[in-house]
Write a protein that binds this ligand. Sequence first.
Ligand code: GTP
Ligand code: MG
Length: 549
Amino acid sequence: MSLCYCSLIRLSPPTSIHQSNSLWAPNPNRSIFPLTTECSKHSSKFEVITRVRQQGLEVASPEAASLQVPVTEEKPEVPGLVNGVDNTPETPNSSTKLKKKRDNEDSFENRFKLCNGREVFEEKAYLVGVERKGNVEDTFGIEESLKELAQLADTAGLMVVDSTYQKLASPNSRTYIGSGKVAEIKSAIHALDVETVIFDDELSPGQLRNLEKAFGGDVRVCDRTALILDIFNQRAATHEAALQVSLAQMEYQLPRLTRMWTHLERQAGGQVKGMGEKQIEVDKRILRTQIGTLKKELDSVRKHRKQYRNRRFSVPVPVVSLVGYTNAGKSTLLNQLTGANVLAEDKLFATLDPTTRRVQTKNGKEFLLTDTVGFIQKLPTTLVAAFRATLEEISESSLLVHVVDISHPLAEQQIDAVEKVLSELEVSTIPKLIVWNKVDKVSDPQKLKLEAEKREDVVCISARSGDGLQEFCHLVQEKLKDSMVWLEALVPFNKGELLSTLHQVGMVERTVGIYREWDIGQGTCTPSLRKAAHTNEAAVQTVTPNFLI
Ligand SMILES: Nc1nc2c(ncn2[C@@H]2O[C@H](COP(=O)(O)OP(=O)(O)OP(=O)(O)O)[C@@H](O)[C@H]2O)c(=O)[nH]1
Ligand SMILES: [Mg+2]
């Protein structure tokens, strides 16, 4: 695996978005001119940044005046160096320059921050979106979508300095946005010293290439998918998650390999046309081989996990999966109910790997509760599919608990986005319970609770304070009951301990006595129970409800 990684890094151009583990390291190809506190030369630039940093992200609408920041060609000051020794005389002018250089260095230092347990360079990012005219499917609205993109960028360790969008009937096939907008963004990003431009939708390989060309060589261009992949890459904690992310990144990278070899043609003055093309083919082949190796490794890791899961299923406790929009409070709920110590924080995609814990309710019943990766709008299903572990947990559940951050202004839209992913994953048939979480954050919790009561399968909770959790557990039991089948079980005298297991995993309506011998009447039990009785293997599975059938 490490071999794959190394060669992947070698393959990637320094400006590529998907460099494993070093994605947001400073771009080695560019000199970074961090903000200075001097307002003379860069006064307009300084104002823009402080406004953004003080008030959070502001979305510049197309109607709003575009950033009128003059494009100032900055040249790095190179003091006179002889044999590495600074021999520049200390004139008042040069001391100002030195001070400025020192300020720059300080500012550069300040841009390293701890993100997901690693020190990363906080690149400046500029966000771009497209509002599609008359598109009813864009329920989020462009400004909200860009705010969410800003949260994603923040989670990835970037500093968002500004954003903009354009209203279009459909995205431009060559550059996603119109040429006028490209020029406007180009001048803004150069004035703001932006290192990365992030687009809110997935860009085609051609669009990516054209935009990078238009903005200039040292500005990275990436899209929402690449950003999410980077967050996944930073946060993958288990071996399987790391493999999954690498695979998803390589598959994303494959069609986008083209641009990094164009420099060969440029260097050769266009005389060896096709040279880059051949190299691309070689690289694609290498990448495909790496993808194949990764898939094999993933298969073997999954086999191991499957064995573990099968062992888990030998104790037939129903599995309840928490699904929902990212940041809805799934992990907080798991932690509250089970005392698990899953990372729960106000960041997108805090959870990547499913965690399962046993929940013991007050009436002695048990179920397994699984926390899963959150969903997000505009999430390519192929990316969700990469998280097979999560999918397996979801598809093998007896019940899905859809956790909703009801205090979020776009709760309805988030619900729709989650439902869309669930239907794409073909798990819509699994019974569902809706949980309106974070009721402590809404202005009128009482009104909300009344509203929830009117609806079927909705319960209001605060995972943080614990409010409503008892009712939640009760409803989970009720919903699980719906998915059970009726059966009569005759428990042999010498297997009396099975009764307590039955009470744990099923809902025992009536116990009429314990029989001394096996006496299974026709039609009173499942064929598997009868078989078990005859072979005297009173395995629990044979007498549990249909979540095992
Ligand atoms: N006020 C309030 N905050 C909550 C509640 N539940 C969760 N939170 C907060 O919401 C944020 C996200 O919570 P998580 O539990 O990490 O959310 P998640 O759904 O697991 O998120 P992902 O793993 O990113 O998909 C954290 O800051 C929690 O403290 C709640 O009931 N009330
Ligand atoms: Mg979580």
